[in-house]
Design a protein around this ligand. Structure first.
Ligand code: SAH
Length: 395
């Protein structure tokens, strides 16, 4: 018998609308001795079945993976992963030689809360955001091996940081299958990059920016471009390929700057138009000349990781955007982003609005930006839209 969690009267609405999280405050009672990560059934006050998911002692108590009573066995998960693969086929990312890295499973967006799976040219990185999902790693490994067959070179579990945030338990990163290479060469829209899976940030690359990088590349012909918070130079490479006259990349991490340089070297003679700086962006932007750059990319880390620090995060976004607006050449373009879940699309627009007002700049929104197509968001889980961005034409 599966253990039961019963929701307070009136608190069942969000589950009836297929929102996949049960907050601890909504629970009326539960069976005793539910283990961390155990699969539970969720019922309303009148004993009607609502959902099934992984239980955790945290503010999100149940992460729902089914709104039907199912047997969550190998076949059940295999079907979910097949659906995730089918979707990547639909958007022409699966077996696409031009783009050999993509997100294969996007958590709630693919009906698998707590699981991220990123594909790097044959190497699959699993990132668990819930202990319940982590407990299923061996079965998931078998399923991926069956479905990806000969294409698959390795499966690596990289959850040491993601699970430590939500659970007392910290797993070591580990190889689950095959052989991992140190620097994996991938292509994104034909642009080459090296990815260091174990040492790199996140699963190795910020895959979510693929479509935005392409757009940036299209705006750079003959331009002077500044890529702030460049990590391994994703936007910089597109800018160079797009014909930029000069590209400057800035990141505080020395390792990221080394990788940026290695990645630009992959572009051959174009690399001579590039220079990378290991520096704090806030100092760099203060010291740099005004009205020099035509295009500035602002893609900082999450300044507001959770709601408690939202106000502080908002200030950070506003300050950096004000500086970019002040220093940009007149008529130039800023591509600005926030990846903080706590900052909504509306919040972000308000931040840019106040920065523009404070700087007395007339600004036109060229386009609203979000994560790439392989990061689908469930219509019932709007929180999944964490990446917000805008292309701005600044007077
Ligand atoms: N635009 C990148 C992803 C950026 S992630 C891409 O397309 O791949 C955010 C980056 O900001 C990280 O590489 C981190 O090292 C860097 N960073 C964080 N704080 C910084 C600071 N104060 N100054 C410069 N870089 C910073």
């Amino acid at each position: 018998m599966m253990k039961k969690v019963v929701i307070q009267k009136g608190k069942e609405k969000s589950l009836q609308r297929f929102h996949p999280w049960v907050f601890s405050g909504a629970i009326a009672r539960k069976d005793s001795h539910i283990a961390e990560g155990e699969i539970v059934e969720v019922y309303d006050a009148y004993d009607n079945f609502l959902a099934m998911g992984h239980y955790h002692t945290s503010s999100i108590s149940v992460r729902v993976f089914s709104f039907e009573q199912v047997n969550p066995d190998y076949a059940f998960w295999k079907k979910k992963i097949e659906q995730a693969i089918d979707y990547r086929k639909l958007i022409y990312l699966f077996d696409n030689e031009n783009t050999t890295l993509f997100r294969l499973v996007n958590g709630e967006g693919d009906g698998m809360p707590g699981l991220i799976a990123d594909w790097y040219n044959g190497h699959l990185v699993l990132q668990f955001h819930s202990y319940g999902m982590y407990l299923m790693r061996e079965m998931l490994t078998d399923i991926f091996r069956e479905l990806l067959s000969d294409r698959l070179k390795s499966i690596y579990n990289k959850s040491a940081t993601t699970l430590s945030e939500t659970n007392a338990f910290v797993p070591a990163n580990e190889l689950l299958y095959g052989q991992l290479e140190n620097e994996i060469l991938v292509h994104e829209n034909g642009v080459p990059f090296y990815v260091d899976i174990p040492q790199g940030q996140k699963t190795g690359f910020f895959i979510d920016q693929r479509d935005n990088r392409k757009m940036v590349g299209d705006f750079c012909r003959g331009k002077k471009v500044l890529n702030l918070f460049c990590y391994t130079g994703g936007f910089s490479a597109y800018a160079l390929q797009g014909g930029a006259e000069l590209v400057h990349s800035v990141d505080i991490s020395k390792r990221a700057i080394e990788q940026t340089e290695a990645n630009m070297a992959l572009l051959g003679p174009l690399a001579k138009n590039h220079e990378a700086f290991a520096a704090n962006v806030f100092d760099f932007i203060e010291d740099m000349p005004a009205h020099f750059y035509d295009v500035i990319i602002v893609d900082p880390p999450a300044f507001a990781k959770h709601h408690k620090v939202k106000e502080q995060g908002i200030k950070g976004y506003r300050n950096i955007n004000r500086k970019a607006m002040e220093k940009l050449k007149s008529g130039g373009i800023i591509f600005t982003f926030s990846c903080s879940q706590a900052v909504s699309k509306e919040d972000f627009q308000t931040i840019v609005f106040s920065a523009a007002a404070m700087e007395h700049k007339n600004i036109r929104i060229v386009k609203h930006l979000q994560h790439a197509l392989d990061h689908p968001v469930s219509i019932f889980h709007p929180e999944g839209s964490y990446l917000k961005g805008m292309a701005l034409c600044v007077e």
